[in-house]
Design a protein around this ligand. Sequence first.
Ligand code: GDP
Length: 338
Amino acid sequence: MKKALITGNRGQDGAYLSQLLLSKGYEVYGADRAGDSGLWRLRELGIESRVKETYLDILELTNIMDLLEKVRPDEIYNFAAQSFVKMSFEQPILTAEINAVGVTRMLEAIRKVRPAARFYQASTAELFGSTGSAQRNETTAFHPKSPYGVSKLYAHWITVNYREAYGLHASCGIMFNHESPLRGGEFVTRKITMAAARIKKGLQDKVHVGNLAARRDWGYAREYVEAIWRMLQQPKADDYILATGRSHTVREFAAAAFSAAGFKLEWKGRGLAEKGVDARTGRVLVEVSKEFYRPAEVDLLVGDAAKARAKLGWTPVTKFKDLVALMVEADMKRLEIQ
Ligand code: GDP
C-alpha cells in the first residue's frame, strides 16, 4: 500500500486529492496546523474518518522532519499555503515565510530524511501575472503581480532547483484557477455562487464584488487533482500547466451563477457604479465595491495545457457553465439541509 502525505489537505485540492488517493488504495496522511477546524470538506466527501490527520506547521523544520520520519511517505503533495492573493498585500512577509521559505523547509526535510519520496509543489498561474491575450505555457516568462505570486515564484524555482541539484523527484503543477463546491468563500467564484443561492432563498439581499472585468481560466478542481497524481506517476519529474484554455470575466461568472439560481441578470452603469440587476423585477443583485479591488490586478489569465495533454493524457472536461451550475446547485442544497 502506497503512503501519501498531503499538506493543507483540508483545503479544496487537498480534500479532492485525499479522496482520489483513497479510491486508489493509498494510505493518506493529512498534515495541517488547523486543529479541528476546516474538516468540513473531508466530511462532505465522506472521508473524514479515513484520512489520518497529523499536525504540521510548515514554519517549523523539525516538525516536518519528524513527520517524514514517522510517516515515511512515498508521495508528498504540498498544498499548505497562504493562498489568498488579496491578503498577501496585507501580510507579504508571512506569505513569503509560508509559501516560499516553507517549501524550502519541505524540500530540505525530504532531502535529509526521505529523498526517494516524490514531491508535488502547487505552483500557480499567478506566476505569470501579466496581461495580454496569449495563452501561457511552460516556456512563458514569469512576472508575478502580488506578494502571493512572488512567493510562489520562489517556491517554484526552489523545487526545480532541488530536482536539478539533488535529483529529487519534484514536480510543479502550474495550476490556473480551479473551482468547485469546496472552494473557499473568499474566492470570487464561491462568493458569488453562495450569494446567488442565498439570495434565491431570501437569506441575502445582494452581493458586493470588485473588478467585474477580470478574466480567469476557471476549471473544475476535481479534475485537476487527477493530473496532479499523474505527474507523480511519471518516471521523470517535470512541470506542467493545468488549464482549460478558455477565459471568462467575473461579470460572466456572476451572470451564469444567477442564471443557475433562476435569475436573469442585466448590467447597468459602468465602473464602480455598475450593477447587476434582476431583469424581471429591477432589483439590484450585484454591486461593485472598491474594497474588493487589489493594489495590482491580474486582468487576464489563460493557460495552454498542451503538455499535460500530451504527456499525462489529461484534458479538462467540465465546461464553464456546468461548473458554475454545479457550484450553485451544491450551495442551494447546503441551504436546504441547514
Ligand atoms: P485569484 O485569481 O487567485 O486571485 O482568485 P480570486 O477568485 O480571489 O480572484 C479572481 C479575480 O476576481 C481577481 O481578478 C479579482 O480581482 C476578481 N474579483 C472581483 N471581485 C472579487 C471579489 O469580490 N473577491 C475576490 N476574491 N476576487 C474578486
